[in-house]
Design a protein around this ligand. Sequence first.
Ligand SMILES: *Cc1c(COP(=O)(O)O)cnc(C)c1O
Length: 373
Amino acid sequence: MPALNAHLYERLQSVPEDSRRQLLQSTMLPCGKIKVAGQIYDHFSGNDYLGLSQHADVIQAAAQACNVSAGAGASRLVTGNHAHYEALEVALAHHTRHEKALVFSSGYAATIGTISALMGKGDLILADKLAHACMIDGAMLSGARLMRFRHNDVAHARAVLHKHQGQYKNALIVTEHVFSMDGDISPIDELLELKNDYDCWLMVDDAHGHGIVEYVNRSSVDIWCGTLSKALASVGGYVTGSALLIDFLLQHARSFIFSTALPPSAVAAAATSLSILEREPWRGARALTHAQHVCKALGLAAAQSAIVPIVLGSNSKALAASKALKEQHLWVSAIRPPTVPNNSARLRVTLSAAHEDDQIERLITAIKPWVAA
Ligand SMILES: *Cc1c(COP(=O)(O)O)cnc(C)c1O
């Protein structure tokens, strides 16, 4: 057996140094502008869509909660269930039009914990081809059979369910509301029809829609989930659904049971962000308007959310574009496989209510040659 480092060195050789290797970079200021290695850039790669991460009320709520305790000290079922949770869960349930909510330590933990608690051997999980890794990981952890349907293709999902009818106990359809790397919206109304026709359950991950595009019929979706780390500018994840679902997850979701509660500051910040999101709908509207303007100026299909993908194809082209933009003090990350399908490397542009019009105009001017090329 080789020494661990020799083994790891060997395995890393399969990841070429230039185009696929992931590196960490130290950053500051997540919203509108970003500071990296002493330089300030206009920032179009974050998920702080509503510009709340530096909002005075959100920071103050976190700081106040921090005055009492920096950490929760235990899991929620032991002694970590501090009072900030209840206020946030009541607000999340109300906001998503569901009976109850449960907050987990991340969106990833919420999704893998829920899917693996609910589904098991003999069940079927049918996932959109572009569904986030957390849904796929949850499905694998559950032991259920995992099948995929072509992206947003409800007819294909129907065909898969039809073909395998009677071969499984329970079936769960999983998808995203707004797709994280493409910015398009899932046909939830049609998926509801499908799940009723085939007696399955539907789970929708709303990590990127929250506050920008709100699906009006959320209460009809069995399991609604999302993150506190993007539009809500904090950290954590949530699931909303019936009171029975939440009670079931309390008993069975292992990522909930066996993990320490979030610090009070994170929960208080998310609750404050949620109240601002509800009070100031202009924030989501502004992010969406910015995205629509960028698409129009670049001759792209109309934006459906705050996420605008500029698909360039090869890894090297996406990296070259990202580098050229950086030289103009614009920070737009290149997203490469395996995060996106092969040959669809892209610039993922995200717009925020925190962006000013002049930043957007600089972005458009700098990206234009890459779209035309
Ligand atoms: C970011 C994201 C998650 C994970 O949420 P975290 O709170 O960052 O763990 C889950 N699902 C989707 C679709 C996401 O984009």
